[in-house]
Design a protein around this ligand. Structure first.
Ligand code: SF4
Length: 340
């Protein structure tokens, strides 16, 4: 029987599967997917054991039915994905996620080369730092045709990282190494051609999250923000999503830092680490709505292409990362949620 594994087969997000026409359906409020997310696939799965992830080896369900950033990831032949992508003008970027598996670096290069040769889309790679020991593999990805990389640091503090991804779960990942690979990636791809993923709501304070965003900014890496969603069957299935007010304040702080409008040291926090003052006038920023849109790698027009519709919440809402520009009624709600 044929083994359906990478690089010949690859997973797409459910959103990508719908957009490419593998399945039928449309998105709530007519959101349009602009970034095509692909994920390498192996029978053994990911060797990481991250406590919050749907791909984790410590998850109770079998490999089938696993989810990653909240959505299902159906499996298709790479050839078909490439063919169907060519016919979809709305797609502005493709992102290949490695997983922590020994074959991932070599297969990532193969997939990047195929995408580069057969489509005209810019390519991001969500790399697995644990598999990267020198800059050679990053240089090889750049040569193969990737122009950006993402690094899923996810947890905002070394303690949380170690507890949820490292020794606390018998997992292979190390906080210092992730930041070292972020530095290496910036040296290979260039300042702000690297993005770090951070997940709000794993147990950090708002101050700790803002400090992690600022650390990335100083290294030359933008932050791509996620809101924790409890994956069914994962060890954190009972851990709640962060309160909306917390998420909105962090979205606004990220916008201020990544747009170089202000910085963490100008912001004020209360004794519980809650953000109480952004150190600047925020009303006009809130009214633009942009700080609350999905943060991710840009397409050719410089606007966010990786908009991950409903990757962090149920379509029934409330929407955390807006995959489109929030409307006046959305902004009014957001204004109330900020709590300042
Ligand atoms: S922001 Fe999106 S495109 Fe960029 S690395 Fe992360 S998942 Fe990939």
């Amino acid at each position: 029987m044929e083994r359906k594994v990478s690089p010949e087969f690859i997973q797409t997000s459910l959103a990508a599967s719908l957009t490419l026409g593998f399945q039928s359906g449309s998105f709530h409020r007519n959101a349009k997917l602009k970034g095509l997310n692909l994920l390498l696939h192996y029978e053994e799965g990911c060797l990481g054991k991250c406590h919050f992830c749907g791909l984790s080896r410590s998850r109770r369900e079998g490999p089938r039915g696993k989810t990653f950033i909240r959505v299902d990831w159906p499996l298709y032949p790479l050839d078909e994905i490439i063919e169907m992508t060519k016919a979809k003008d709305q797609i502005q970027r493709v992102c290949l996620s490695m997983i922590t598996h020994p074959k991932a670096p070599e297969d990532a290069l193969y997939v990047i080369e195929r995408l580069r040769g057969e489509t005209d889309l810019p390519i991001s790679v969500l790399i697995s730092p644990t598999l990267i020991r020198h800059d050679d593999s990053l240089v090889a990805m750049k040569k193969a045709g990737a122009d950006r990389v993402g690094i899923a640091i996810d947890a905002a503090t070394p303690e949380l990282f170690d507890r949820l991804r490292g020794t606390g779960v018998g997992g292979p990942h190390q906080w210092n190494h992730y930041w070292e690979v972020t530095r290496l990636a910036v040296s290979v791809f260039g300042r702000f051609y690297v993005g770090i993923h951070l997940i709000v709501g794993l147990g950090e304070t708002e101050k700790e999250m803002v400090d992690a965003i600022q650390r990335g900014q100083e290294l030359g890496a933008y932050t791509h923000l996620f809101s924790f969603f409890p994956e069914k069957g994962s060890p954190m299935e009972k851990h709640p999503s962060p309160p909306l007010g917390q998420y909105r304040r962090i979205q606004l702080a990220r916008w201020i830092i990544n747009e170089s409008l202000g910085s963490a040291c100008k912001m004020t926090f209360d004794e519980n680490g809650r953000l109480i003052d952004f150190g600047m006038e925020i009303e006009s920023l809130i009214q633009t709505g942009e700080p609350f849109m999905t943060s991710g790698c840009p397409g050719r027009n410089g606007k966010v292409a990786c908009n991950r519709p409903y990757g962090n919440e149920r379509p029934s809402g409330p929407i955390r990362n807006f995959p489109f520009m929030p409307e006046a009624a959305d902004i009014e709600e957001i204004r109330g949620q900020i709590g300042i």
